[in-house]
Design a protein around this ligand. Structure first.
Ligand code: PLP
Length: 473
C-alpha cells in the first residue's frame, strides 16, 4: 500500500484544502479549476435538506440547480430517507439475479403505471446514457438487420458513451472520438427536413428506407428549446408511415420537470421508447430506465434465447429499486407535477418582467414548467478585451464569462445557486426542485433584479474582489 487508507472518521473531518489536493492528485485537475472560476471551490457543505444546502460556516443556500434535475423531490426527502433505512434495517437482499425480485418487478410496474398507452416494458439501468444506449440497441434488434441508420437532431444531448455521443450534436468533445458512422443529423423542430431525409433514403434504397429510429428530446433541456407546435405529432406520423421507431429522451425532463409527467405529453403522442434517469432515484439512487411499448419489447427480446441480450450487473439493485418506488409515490402524492406547472408559469411571468426591466443584459428568458433559463446578451467586444487582460481563467471562459460572474455573485451575494448551461455558454439554467414555492421564487427574482441593476463594470469589480478574497483564504 502506497499510503495509509483514509477511514470514514477521517472523511467526516477532511478540510476543503485536502479535498482540493486529492482532486488535483487523484481525480481531475480541471474540476477544481472550473469551480474556482465560479468561486465555488471553497464552499464547505455541512448538509442539505429540501430546497437548501447548509454550509459549515452557517450559510443557507437556495438550490436553484436541483442537482440538474436529479432532485425533483428536493434534497434528502424524509420519505426517501425512511425508505432506505427501512430497506437496510430488514437486511434485504441486494442482488436478485438468481431469484425473482419483488423490488424490480414493483418498480417496473409503477414506471409503466405512470407511462401512457402501452409503454409497459421497463429495463432498469444506472444512468441516462445507459438508458439511451439500451434504447438504441432495442430499436436495432426490433428492426432486424436490414436497416442500419439512426437519426438524431442538431440540438441534442443524450450522454457521453460512444453511441450516445454519436447522437449528441451539442457535445463538444465529440471531435476527439471515433463516432458511430451510422448516425444522421436533422434540424431540431423541422419535421419537413426529417421527411426529406426519409424520402432521399427511399429513393436510394427503393423498397425500405434505411432508418432504424429517430432519437430526440421533446423539449431540448439544455437551453430550454421547445419545438414548434405539431412537431412531435408530425414526427410520430412519419415514424408510423415509414416504419421508424421514435425514441424520446426524458432523462432530464421526465417525472414532472416540465409540468407534465413526461415532456412529450405537451403534445398528444406516445413514443415507441422513452428513456428516463436523474430524478427517478428520488435524489438518492442512481437509477435510469428505458420504457418500451409492449409489441416492440416482445418482438426484440421476447424469446427465451433473446431475453438476456441486454443486461447489466447493477440493473435492478434492491435498494435502488426500493428508493425509486418511493420516489414515484412521493411525486404523485405530493402533487409535484402540478406544482411544477403552476410555479413554472408564475416563475416565467416574473422572468419576462425581469427581461423587460433589463433588456441591456437579458437577451431572452424561456421556460416550460420548472425548466427555465435566462439567456444573456453577448458582452460588448471592448469588455471581452478588458477581461482577457485580467485573467487567463476568465479568458478560458470566453463567451461565458459574464454567465460565470453572475453565477458567482448570485451565490456569494444572495446565497442562490444557479448553473451555467453545460454547453450553452450564455445561458443560466434555473432548475429548482419541484417543491419550490412562491416566496422562494420571489426571493430569486428580487435578488437577480438587484444584481442586474448593477452595471457590468461593477459586477466585474465585485467578482474580482471575490476572486482575490478566495485566493487569500
Ligand atoms: N439525456 C439528457 C437529456 C441529459 O440531460 C443527460 C444528462 O445530463 C443525459 C441524457 C445523460 O445522462 P447521464 O449523465 O446520467 O448519463
Amino acid at each position: 500500500m502506497k499510503e495509509p487508507l483514509i477511514t470514514l472518521e477521517d472523511v467526516d473531518t477532511l478540510s476543503i484544502k485536502t479535498v482540493r489536493e486529492y482532486y488535483l492528485k487523484h481525480v481531475n485537475k480541471g474540476i477544481p479549476k472550473f469551480l474556482s472560476m465560479l468561486c465555488l471551490e471553497g464552499i464547505e457543505v455541512e448538509y442539505s435538506e429540501g430546497m437548501y444546502i447548509y454550509t459549515k460556516c452557517g450559510r443557507k443556500i437556495y438550490d436553484f440547480t436541483g442537482g440538474f434535475s436529479v432532485l425533483n423531490l428536493g434534497h434528502n426527502h424524509p420519505r426517501i430517507m425512511r425508505a432506505r433505512r427501512r430497506f437496510n434495517e430488514k437486511k434485504q437482499l441486494e442482488i436478485w439475479k438468481t431469484f425473482l425480485s419483488p423490488y424490480l418487478a414493483a418498480l417496473s410496474r409503477n414506471v409503466a403505471a405512470v407511462s401512457p398507452g402501452d409503454l409497459n416494458y421497463v429495463f432498469l439501468c444506472n444512468s441516462g446514457a445507459e438508458a439511451n444506449e439500451g434504447a438504441l440497441k432495442i430499436a436495432e434488434k426490433y428492426q432486424g438487420t436490414g436497416k442500419s441508420k439512426i437519426i438524431y437532431t442538431d440540438l441534442s444531448f443524450h450522454g457521453k458513451t460512444h453511441a450516445t455521443m454519436s447522437v449528441s450534436s451539442c457535445e463538444p468533445s465529440r471531435k476527439y472520438f471515433k463516432l458511430l458512422d451510422n448516425c444522421v443529423s436533422v434540424p431540431y423542430g423541422d419535421w419537413q427536413a426529417f421527411e426529406q431525409v426519409i424520402k432521399k433514403s427511399l429513393s436510394e434504397n427503393s423498397v425500405e428506407n434505411d432508418f432504424i429510429a429517430i432519437i430526440l428530446e421533446a423539449v431540448h433541456a439544455e437551453g430550454v428549446v421547445r419545438p414548434p407546435a405539431g412537431y412531435l405529432q408530425n414526427v410520430r406520423r412519419l415514424c408510423d408511415e415509414y416504419n421508424i421507431l421514435m425514441i424520446v429522451d426524458e432523462v432530464l425532463c421526465g417525472f414532472g420537470r416540465t409540468g407534465k409527467m413526461f415532456s412529450f405529453e405537451h403534445e398528444d403522442i406516445i413514443p415507441d421508447i422513452v428513456t428516463v434517469a436523474k430524478s427517478l432515484g428520488g435524489g438518492k439512487a442512481s437509477v435510469g430506465a428505458y420504457i418500451a411499448r409492449e409489441g416492440i419489447y416482445n418482438r426484440a427480446y421476447g424469446r427465451l434465447q433473446d431475453s438476456m441480450i441486454h443486461s447489466s450487473t447493477f440493473s435492478g439493485l434492491g435498494e435502488e429499486c426500493y428508493t425509486a418506488i418511493e420516489a414515484i409515490n412521493v411525486l404523485v402524492e405530493e402533487g409535484l407535477v402540478k406544482n411544477s406547472m403552476d410555479m413554472g408559469e408564475y416563475f416565467l411571468a416574473k422572468l419576462n418582467d425581469l427581461k423587460d426591466r433589463h433588456e441591456g443584459i437579458v437577451e431572452d428568458v424561456r421556460g416550460v414548467g420548472l425548466l427555465l433559463c435566462i439567456e444573456l446578451r453577448r458582452p460588448a467586444d471592448r469588455l471581452v478585451t478588458l477581461f482577457e487582460h485580467l485573467s487567463t481563467s476568465i479568458r478560458d471562459f470566453s463567451d461565458g464569462f459574464l454567465t460565470g460572474i453572475i453565477v458567482s455573485l448570485m451565490v456569494h451575494k444572495y446565497n442562490i445557486l444557479v448553473t451555467p448551461g453545460p454547453h450553452e455558454k450564455r445561458v443560466i439554467m434555473i432548475i429548482p426542485p419541484l417543491i419550490v414555492n412562491r416566496r422562494e421564487i420571489d426571493y430569486f427574482i428580487a435578488s437577480i433584479d438587484e444584481l442586474f441593476s448593477m452595471n457590468t463594470a461593477s459586477m466585474v469589480k465585485a467578482y474580482s474582489s471575490l476572486k482575490v478574497r478566495n485566493m487569500l483564504s
